[in-house]
Design a protein around this ligand. Structure first.
Ligand code: ACO
Length: 327
């Protein structure tokens, strides 16, 4: 049958940087507190509207260049994001910016699990023989939705985009195993909810209009959820791949914070040398965090051809998942 090969990666982050010291002048916090609790030193912030599509296209172009594909070779563009420039979706704008006129494009929303869910979705289209060349992008600009007066959340998030090219392969399949999960009963521990006010538009018809509110989070609940569920879902994906944690070259988790990453690595008995992390530089970029970290690790030569990587995304929904991939 047809398998998938991951043939290119790319990433793009905004130039503007907000340091912990900058934050300490806005809310009651400190560089020491943020570093000790999260491992984050800086985050990059996107200033302009329309920038989600632009960052996504920039990351996509770099991934296409590495894969030696032209935009016109693409059959499908999957944009995993929870913060589109347009509520109707931003994938079509990415298609336009890339000039990928043959490709169908749509958004996929699964918060911080979005990239892993997108990668698995791409693989299904490829394995069924429907499409051959798919661009999977994870991108978020959560700075748009952060309450910059809430020190419990504003220290965590940053903006960016990352992408990979997945291609049909007749000589193997580099998505070795995956597992995806959802639990809507725990939705209230992390959300960015719509809130409206009822109003009558005539004497008998009532509708609701409003806007999205800021991100709200119960940090401890999310922390507990991640540390319990992420090792479990990785174990399940490894089992499907007929592998164990000892076979992994790299552990690449959603970059939410260093303490979660360390705790998961510890539970899986994976040494710190095998853990990929750049949360220090970018904070939590939601759906973008895994492909940005993957791209950096590939470009500095850390991740080499044939390396096996356990990825795991987890976050709002709640949703979580793992994809075991081979570069
Ligand atoms: N600076 C200084 N003090 C702070 C700050 C801050 N930025 N934020 C909270 N505090 C205070 C609290 O007010 C509290 O004070 P109190 O004891 O007087 O009430 C104290 O620090 C401890 O607060 P906790 O919230 O219990 O701190 P905790 O150790 O849990 O750390 C954190 C908070 C970093 C948010 C942690 O819970 C965490 O990392 N959770 C996971 C969150 C996460 O990663 N979410 C995103 C994943 S999903 C996704 O990506 C969408």
């Amino acid at each position: 049958g047809v398998g998938i090969a991951i043939t290119g990666s790319g990433s793009a982050t905004p130039e503007q940087v907000l340091s912990n010291d900058d934050l300490a002048m806005m809310v009651d916090t400190s560089d020491e507190w943020i570093k000790a609790r999260t491992g984050i030193s800086r985050r990059h912030l996107a200033p302009s509207s329309g920038s989600l599509s632009q960052l996504s296209a920039e990351a996509g172009l770099k991934a296409l260049a590495m894969a030696e594909l032209a935009p016109n070779d693409l059959d499908l563009i999957l944009l995993a994001t929870s913060s589109p420039d347009d509520l109707f979706g931003s994938a079509c704008q990415v298609q336009r910016l890339l000039g990928a006129s043959r490709a169908v494009a749509f958004d996929l929303t699964a918060a911080c699990s979005g990239f892993v869910f997108g990668l698995v979705t791409a693989a299904q289209y490829i394995r069924t023989g429907t499409y051959r060349n798919v661009l999977v992008i994870g991108a978020d600009i959560l700075s748009r939705w952060v309450d910059w007066n809430d020190r419990g959340t504003c220290i965590l998030f940053g903006d960016g985009a990352g992408a990979v090219v997945c291609q049909a392969s007749e000589t193997g399949d580099r998505l070795l195993g995956f597992e995806m999960c959802s639990d809507g009963t725990q939705n209230s521990s992390l959300n960015l909810a719509y809130q409206g006010q009822e109003k009558f538009i005539n004497t008998k018809s009532e509708i609701t209009q409003g806007n999205y509110q800021f991100i709200t989070m119960n940090g401890r609940e999310v922390y507990r959820f991640a540390v319990a569920k992420v090792p479990e879902v990785i174990e399940k994906a490894l089992y499907r791949a007929n592998l164990s944690a000892a076979d992994l070259d790299w552990l690449l988790l959603h970059q939410a914070n260093q303490r979660i990453i360390d705790a998961v690595a510890d539970r899986l008995k994976i040494k710190s040398e095998k853990v990929i992390s750049n949360v220090c530089e970018y904070g939590n970029t939601s759906a973008a965090s895994i492909p940005i970290a993957l791209d950096e690790a590939i470009r500095i030569g850390k991740v080499k051809d044939g390396d096996i990587i356990a990825t795991s995304g987890f976050g709002a929904g709640l949703s979580w998942g793992s994809a075991i991939i081979q570069w």
